[in-house]
Design a protein around this ligand. Structure first.
Ligand SMILES: [Zn+2]
Length: 133
């Protein structure tokens, strides 16, 4: 929102509508020339943040699908290259659970894995209820 901050500092000189750029007349705190421009601007902001959420959700669902398919086929020890080849994205996961033995499992929803070393991972399923604190 750096842009908005700049805009407010200069607004005493000349105020322009944040949506269409037209000069604004009227109250000093007005940011839009009309209700329609205010609605346009807010809709654009919402669309951008919704796209971001949709894209991240898509990546997580794809990751989960890959882990679920492997798990259903009975594969629990997998080389990371195989996951990369299937389009797995290691940057996206839903949560991390540390086992009592100190192993860190990265989860995509109910499917998780831990690093076994030598670029192998061990896959695990855990559909237990998660308690949020
Ligand atoms: Zn406008």
């Amino acid at each position: 929102m750096y842009f908005l901050y700049l805009y407010e500092n200069f607004s005493a000189v000349e105020r322009k509508c944040l949506d269409c750029g037209d000069t604004i007349r009227g109250r000093a705190d007005k940011k839009f020339c009309s209700d329609q421009c205010r609605n346009n601007f807010n809709n654009k902001l919402n669309r951008d943040s919704n796209n971001f959420v949709r894209n991240v959700h898509g990546l997580l669902r794809k990751n989960r699908r890959i882990l679920a398919d492997l798990y259903d086929e009975g594969k629990t020890i997998i080389h990371k290259d195989a996951l990369y080849a299937m389009g797995y994205n290691f940057s996206f996961f839903t949560h991390v659970i540390e086992s009592p033995g100190g192993n860190r499992y990265h989860y995509c929803y109910e499917y998780g894995f831990r690093e076994k070393g030598d670029d192998f991972i061990e896959l695990k399923q855990n559909s237990q209820y998660i308690e949020y604190q």
